[in-house]
Design a protein around this ligand. Sequence first.
Ligand SMILES: [Zn+2]
Length: 268
Amino acid sequence: MARRADRRIAAAVQWLGLVRDVGSRAARSAAADARDAAALVLRDGVHAARRPRGGAVGDGSVTAAEIVAAARRLDAAGMMPSKSGNLSVRCDGGFLVTPAGLPYADLTEADLVQVDAAGAVLRGHRRPSSELRLHAAVHAARPEVGAVVHTHSPRATALSCARRGIPSFHYMVLMAGGEVRCAEHATFGTEALARNCVVALEGRRAVLLANHGVVATGATLAAALTLAFEVENLAGQYLDLLAAGLQPVLLNDRELAEAAAQFADYGR
Ligand SMILES: [Zn+2]
């Protein structure tokens, strides 16, 4: 019975990405491929956005509509103050990304920009997001990621300004794959920020960016969106604890693994 429970916990922990199957040759090879792809993007940089070749991205596809709806939802919830934040969804040969500097209330499907894996514009009449490098680097480094949501959500951003992550004080950190790290600081829009983000995201689905905001990822846009909201929620709870002068008691590895097993059961 105990062994069966242990196996279930081990499987759940692996499923949640708390540990990696580093012993597997296939896993090592996939990880090396992802690392090489990320290194290529970071070395060569994201191509300067060329003049668009015409053609609207917003052709009524469900993905474009979903991105616009998600951006508006984040904006309405106060997660993207002052036109900050941006979203991308992987598509054939690259990804769709929100444009730079457009109020979300005015955003339409036609304003989205389609870029290749290195960030060169394929379709669209807008300039892509100023965090194009970050989106390109995450998509290149993490083949399992289908969507990247970047916000300046208030409470998580406040925490990031102390250059602190979200520790494992609540089992919901498992949604992010464990404690949420805070990436080392770099100027917004730079390759250094993209690199720091990818490093801190290792084995996780979300990170804080120092003095900046949040990056949440998911296999789908819906999953990335849900995680962006949960990171904000967790950051708020953590800040409330600190503001009350309380010292959060962190869950240990065993407690986290048991919670992970419950998640696995719950999702079955
Ligand atoms: Zn930002």
